[in-house]
Design a protein around this ligand. Structure first.
Ligand code: BT5
Length: 260
């Protein structure tokens, strides 16, 4: 993967701009700076290696050299989409999941931001906003996808088991340029449908642990348990608790309940 091969592969897509790095701290940081300096809609920052890749809540995301896909999309949402921005993580997750399904795999989305293959994390998403006053001016959607086996961090560094496309396929995966093209194409398709119920249904359709008893670590010490029912129209998670009451969760990490 290099700048020329990426530009060639993405030529058919209407991207706003491309910045490629052999090595970078975090593509999200670069994208935030570029967005603040006026990057066009659908500009992309991509790197072969990240040395300070970030997850949510100051967690780390590992992208060793030559092993995976790490990129950040800059979006400038039109006013009509501003009410639907909380769906962005679903839009990104669906795009990655659909491109995995296109390879014959059976992906699941672990709410809110993980893509699982064989119940193991293969990709993660980190979304950050740039605000002007109380309106979102630009959105940076960072996606990290484990392509080759070498992208999978040692188990002792992980809270959740991880895998790669190469492991799940049991053979050499397509070139990273090809994978990126597939993800961006799916993203363009779903972005046009961001305000529709279709997006929520497609997201729910491949939601991990649906119908299972789960536990959600919802920030701080707060833990919520219940049956995982689905996704609300704003992208929140819906559970049914032990008292048969519907519980809506806007932020957290889902895990299967050990006692279930
Ligand atoms: C995420 O956070 O999963 C978001 C990851 C987003 C990464 C992309 S890469 C391009 C862009 N630039 C960035 O700097 N970031 C974005 P979270 O749900 O908080 O999960 C983080 C946790 O995933 C860590 O604490 C580790 O346990 C685990 N992890 C780290 N690297 C991993 C990897 N390569 N594969 C699987 N799990 C990993």
């Amino acid at each position: 993967m290099n700048e020329d091969s990426l530009k060639k592969k993405l030529a058919k897509l209407n991207i706003g701009g491309l910045r490629y790095f052999d090595s970078i701290g975090s593509t999200n940081d670069e994208a935030l700076t570029w967005a603040a300096a006026g990057a066009h809609d659908f500009s992309i920052v991509i790197a072969d290696e990240q040395t300070q890749g970030r997850g949510r809540l100051d967690r780390k995301w590992f992208t060793p050299k030559g092993s995976g896909l790490a990129f950040s999309l800059i979006l400038r949402p039109p006013a009509s989409l501003l009410p639907h921005l909380s769906r962005s993580v679903g839009l990104a997750a669906l795009s990655i999941a659909e491109s995995c399904a296109g390879l014959g795999l059976d992906p699941r989305i672990k709410w809110p931001n993980d893509i699982l293959l064989n119940d193991k994390k293969t990709a993660g998403i980190l979304i950050e906003n740039i605000w002007t006053g109380d309106s979102v001016d630009a959105l940076v959607i960072g996606m990290g996808i484990n392509v080759y086996k070498t992208s999978v961090p040692p188990a002792e560094l992980l809270q959740f088991p991880a895998t790669s496309l190469e492991d799940a396929l049991g053979k050499e995966p397509p070139a990273r340029e090809e994978l990126l093209f597939g993800i961006l194409s799916a993203f363009i398709h779903w972005r046009e449908r961001m305000a529709t119920d279709e997006l929520i249904h497609a997201w729910e359709e491949i939601l991990a642990f649906r119908g299972d008893q789960v536990q959600v670590q919802a920030g701080g010490e707060s833990q919520i348990s219940g049956e995982l029912l689905g996704i609300e129209s704003d992208g929140s998670l819906r559970l049914r608790d032990a008292y048969n009451k519907s519980v809506i969760i806007r932020f957290g990490d889902v895990s299967l309940r050990a006692s279930a």
